[in-house]
Design a protein around this ligand. Structure first.
Ligand code: SF4
Length: 103
């Protein structure tokens, strides 16, 4: 049985971690534009680990409508993604971390 204080501490740490990651990611991503980021290569180890492809093979699922894309407001076909920091992904791409944006 988990003590109440342990549960509260866990919830506080988890909430703090989520807020920190969200704000940190937003700050880091917003400081660069997609044009400044190198494009993620499909055959790189990080892309392969999440089965990233530049062109989605699943109808209705692509980076453009993924919750994790960080569109910089430009019309650039390559945009930052929260899953691949320091890289840009093709808006028509896909990876196994795909999460649909809320309707
Ligand atoms: S998490 Fe995957 S599907 Fe979503 S934007 Fe990034 S690369 Fe694309």
């Amino acid at each position: 049985m988990i003590k109440k204080s342990s549960r509260r501490r866990f919830i506080r740490l988890t909430a703090g971690g989520i807020i920190g990651l969200t704000l940190g990611n937003k700050f880091l991503i917003s400081s660069v534009t997609a044009a400044q980021l190198p494009q993620l290569k499909q055959d790189s180890p990080q892309a392969s680990a999440l089965k990233y492809v530049n062109k989605s093979l699943i109808a209705g699922q692509n980076c453009k409508n993924c919750l994790l894309i960080r569109n910089d407001g430009s019309n650039n076909k390559w945009q930052p993604c929260a899953i691949f920091p320091g890289k840009s992904v093709n808006i028509n791409g896909w990876c196994s971390a795909y999460a649909p944006q809320p309707a």
